[in-house]
Design a protein. Sequence first.
Lengths: 445, 266
Amino acid sequence: MTTHLRDEQGPFFGEFGGRFMPESLIAALDEIAAAYDEAKNDPAFAAELTELHRSYTGRPSILTEAPRFARHAGDARIILKREDLNHTGSHKINNVLGQALLARRLGKTRLIAETGAGQHGVATATAAALMGMSCVVYMGEVDTERQALNVARMRLLGAEVVPVTTGTRTLKDALNEAFRDWVANVEDTHYVLGTVAGPHPFPVMVRDFHKIIGEEARQQVLDLTGALPDAVIACVGGGSNAIGIFHAFLDDPDVTLIGYEAAGDGVDTLRHAATITMGRPGVLHGSRSMMLQDEDGQTSDSHSISAGLDYPGVGPEHAWLASIGRAQYLPITDKEAMAAFRLLCETEGIIPAIESAHALAGALTLGRELGPDKVILINLSGRGDKDVETAARYFGVLDEVALVATELEASSLEAGELASDALTDELHAGSGEAAELASGRGVQL
Amino acid sequence: MSDTTIVSPVGTRIAQAKHDRAGALIGYLPVGFPTLEGSIDAAVALVENGVDVLELGLPYTDPVMDGPVIQKATQTALENGFRLRDAFTAVEAIRSRVDAPILLMTYWNPVVQYGVDRFADDLVSAGGAGLITPDLTVDSGAPWLAASDRTGLDRVFLAAPTSTGERLELAVTNSRGFVYVVSTMGVTGARNDVDASARTLVDRLRAVGSTSACVGIGISTGEQVAEVLEYADGAIVGSALVRALSEDGVQGAAKVAASLAVGTRR
């Protein structure tokens, strides 16, 4: 009998998923689940979403080959799925437009959202403006500071941004606050949950709105290379962009799927967000999945330079894919991610989101492991405009230092070779030292 | 379906309060706030000042049903190093000093990590009466239904204004002790007027067979307690007590409890 991993519809994925929520929200979740089931089978809903994808988001997003970057990845063939080119700058818009249409169907007039890096908040504010709804975005105070540009973008789009000052003041606390708002205002409000976590039906519904990424890319890679890619990779925080690109390939057993989690300062420290690598099963934000927690089940603080991956939980479908061995999840440190970030800027003229740079860092190791001419499809889930200040400070190139192009070219090429040597023996080890080498002298300008 | 042969300590106490007075006063405090000893003393003081049933909250990092006052208190408790085992210590200490049934109110993950059966057994050993589970509904609660039936612990599920008739029936038939009536759509916190929807919701619960329905969220005065007890079996007060405790210490909490208890007189 053939099993189709793509057919999973929740509420459970193996032992993961479900619905652990206050009774006050159960009616709303049932309402959404029913409306979504109805919308799924309504050609008018699909047609409207497709048209928005085409004329508003700019889908299909293109593929871009990255040959100069690939030289640092064992000469594998690196193909980027350019979700960064979507309107609003990331994959997040795919889900938001779907949910906003659903909210309109339900007669809701107010959208609320949580956001980490701000990408989901910007996308939600955008959809609210487009559809004439009011919008409130909850964002951890720490994140409002490190992603100030996105806060301004949301405000320009007419949304109210509420800095969340409870708990760790990051993404998980923004979710808590959004749930609290929703409990109080569920009558006129739809909570546009931004990732494939949360209670049923969110993990399934958000996945479905993002699976277009993989469906497009699968065909595009076939058209380009005549075959399926050897590996499909993405960064994983909550896991929406990863599930979006993985889903179309779940039943292609020869395609390796790897999600890269944020290892922050390293998984051997307490400052990381590598949920599947270091966590254990538990219940957080409405579903059972892997999570970072202490012995008592208190959620641990997570850390990542990337606000969008700084989350101690992960979507239940990822926990399931990991548990059955269909996908692997590997850690990437801040340093490795930032080195890859800079490398893509310098070799391809593309500034990636720091989130997506975790997948790029993974490709550097994976490419050398797979060998030349193997095809790696990377979900470039977002663009790095929002991260310019963070990256400029990280690399010390903010204002006071003028970069000399030749120096950069020299340092990055040399660094690539150094990194190549350093990483050969250490395929999946979150090797901070190697990453430091990869970023080379560029770091200490 | 709740096992009818199990005698509910909380249900018995509420029935007795209804017999003697207008109904029961249920008081909430978080364990470990301001300190473990302080929370034990405060809980004892509540009972000595007219609280019939204690509800002890377990501090949790992600309390989605709690408003700012309780969040602040539980966050303080966590920062002070609260551990789950402190809850059993508190229950045992309080039970040795006053005679009131104690329910723990806890989000679900700590119980999962402790082990549902182990948690139930340790709660029984400490002399606790049962659990209130704000983020665990009957349909997701099979392991807890089994553990509570095995141990005879009370289990309190929530009913909300948005709950369907079918779900209210599920809550009523599976709750033991009482059904927690979420009086208004929102998180915990004192409000000036307890939502009229509480009255409607209690009527709907009665219609599906509830004999023990207690109203919580938003109650902060003796007048409101009296008003709620006109139609419900108990009134639950949380934030107002926690605020008094944080501002005026154990004496302050005791004073507020006494003024709330006035509302239980017939």
